[in-house]
Ligand binder design. Sequence first.
Ligand SMILES: *[C@@H]1O[C@H](CO)[C@@H](O)[C@H](O)[C@H]1NC(C)=O
Ligand SMILES: *[C@@H]1O[C@H](CO)[C@@H](O)[C@H](O)[C@H]1NC(C)=O
Ligand SMILES: *[C@@H]1O[C@H](CO)[C@@H](O)[C@H](O)[C@H]1NC(C)=O
Ligand SMILES: *[C@@H]1O[C@H](CO)[C@@H](O)[C@H](O)[C@H]1NC(C)=O
Ligand SMILES: *[C@@H]1O[C@H](CO)[C@@H](O)[C@H](O)[C@H]1NC(C)=O
Length: 671
Amino acid sequence: MSIIKLVVMLLLLVAISATTEDTNFIFNGFYSANLTIDGVSSLSSDGLLRLTDGTKQQKGHAFYSKPIAFAKNSSFSTSFVFAIRSEYPNLSGHGIAFVISPTKTLPGALPSQFLGLFNETNNGHPTNHVLAVELDTIQNSEFEDINDNHVGININGLNSAKSAPAGYFVDGFQFQNLSLISGLPMQVWMDYDGGKNQISVTLAPTNVKKPETPLLTLSHHDFSRILRRPSYVGFSSSTGSISTSHYVLGWSFMLNGKAENLVITELPKLPHLGDVKNEQSMILLVGIPLFCLCLIFLLSLAVVHFMKRKKKFSEIVEDWEQDYGPHRFKYKDLYIATKGFREEELLGRGGFGRVYKGIMPISKIEVAVKRVSHESRQGMREFVAEIVSIGRLRHRNLVPLLGYCRRKRELLLVYDFMPNGSLDKYLYNQPRVTLNWIQRFRIIKGVASGLCYLHEEWEKVVVHRDIKASNILLDFELNGRLGDFGLARLCDHGCDPQTTHVVGTLGYLAPEQTRIRKATTGADVFAFGAFTLEVVCGRRPIEQGGGSDGIVLVDWVYGFFRRGEIVEAKDQNLPMGREYREDEVELALKLGLLCSSADPSRRPNMRQVVQFLNGDVPLPDLSLLNSSSSGLTFGHRQEAHHDSAMSFPSSMDGSFSQSSSIAESLLSGGR
Ligand SMILES: *[C@@H]1O[C@H](CO)[C@@H](O)[C@H](O)[C@H]1NC(C)=O
Ligand SMILES: *[C@@H]1O[C@H](CO)[C@@H](O)[C@H](O)[C@H]1NC(C)=O
Ligand SMILES: *[C@@H]1O[C@H](CO)[C@@H](O)[C@H](O)[C@H]1NC(C)=O
Ligand SMILES: *[C@@H]1O[C@H](CO)[C@@H](O)[C@H](O)[C@H]1NC(C)=O
Ligand SMILES: *[C@@H]1O[C@H](CO)[C@@H](O)[C@H](O)[C@H]1NC(C)=O
């Protein structure tokens, strides 16, 4: 029995020591306070305890988390700073109460005039064990409130045991009114003396020291009957039909002693009075227009960005192009493929435009994109039709044209990428690689075969008009492939007016072209002849020599031919390995001369050229070949075409320009 008593005593001691440990706290702002909050209460990051948040008909509680072990004869003292901020300057609702309660939640309590403390059934009931100090801003006759701005001491109910209008005594006598709803922070002190059974409550603005005379004193009341042990200390607050915010800025409490003084300067700052008076309407008044402005700004940014992008990637697509769907490329894709047409991706500059290397975004196919500027829309429809039909040309010695894209002032042609570049880089100007005879002869034969296909084997006759080494591209096996076919035709229609009409290149132009001004297959054969000599001799058709006159390659080769040593005209850098075939060199040089005949009727056609090259048919006798002012002619003293003695302007660097456009179609229908 005595052992049990001892154990109980010990447990009690432990409990008391545990609970009396934390009976003293001070919060100069609730930065790290251990509070239990409910309802609409919240703790802001800047240390304010906001019991209500401007919403209507709501309640909020905040209690110190640990219970306080009130003993029969204990005393305590507490002080706190509060502020009430209302929608209107002369109206508010409802108030704040400092509470000592057996629970932290006050279950079943109502907002509005019940201050979040009681409800209709339990109001005034002795089993509540609630002691409160109310700061009431509404006069409720049902609870016998003295006015709408009073401080009261409440025991178990809302009918105050004692109350007084809000204010304080200056120098012990002079009463100074205070308005609880002024929005200004005010301090409350509550002192409970267990020995004297007396409670006193004092109120003052924060800039005033604790007045000597309390506002309220309630004595000769057995508070120990009211206070349950343990009890919780905290605050309760409620709103009615007027939007109000109730704040507590700091709080100090001590059991059996005098609470520490709050440090007013360390308390958190209340929101600016102007803002708080109507926080919600402020949000509506300032927030929403600001938000709208931001939204409009962002939206216009997005629109500008979109427009820019749209302009950047704009294309011209017309109804008639619908049929060419698969051949049409998106400019955006080409832009991405060529990394925005970067200089680093530039493969070369041709007579018609710049060529860029690209990798198509999805298929990862390597392409060469040619940008051709065109000013006029005139003839564009026909040209695109031709491009598309040319896109259907399939021959292993043609560079495949994959499709096109059309923009304002610009046409983009998409070709297969040829990894080894153009042939001219292998012939002169310190070539990276010197081609051997097998390679050269295969290139000549390949170009002849491709040209034969264009002239004779496809459904339409296609005249290339610009055969030259720089238009022959080498694939990965070093096969020669004809590129740029049909482009001269485009420039008839709409090149930049300044660049005039480029329809061929100096040295490759057949003499009759200035007379008849018509693109013929014969003119292509002439250019092929010049090209063949170029490949075998490794020289340009017209070499700008030391003197004022350039060396014309045809004449130069003809000189060797006259002396009966035509093979000596071959490229001096040509490797003389086992693959070297003198008969083929001779054949190629003679064929070159034959094709360079000034008289178109004496030139072979491309089918015959292919047959000569394959050795199927022997070359005709060239012994009657003569050199005259008009070029190479057959027979003795054939009539010379004086008008065909072309004078090339020396300023032209390789390109020949004609003042009038060649209007006739390159693609003459049928054969
Ligand atoms: C707050 O108080 C509760 C109840 O006493 C306790 O469980 C919790 O650990 C305390 N938290 C802090 C951070 O002190
Ligand atoms: C309360 O009473 C007990 C004895 O009943 C005494 O020991 C204690 O000091 C008293 N406390 C105060 C604060 O008077
Ligand atoms: C509150 O003040 C406004 C003017 O500021 C006045 O119109 C209104 O009647 C006042 N209301 C009360 C209840 O005093
Ligand atoms: C009033 O509160 C008490 C507990 O505090 C609860 O038991 C009771 O149900 C509540 N009454 C009403 C009407 O809500
Ligand atoms: C204080 O307010 C009361 C009414 O609430 C008024 O009668 C009294 O004159 C006021 N006193 C001062 C000093 O303003």
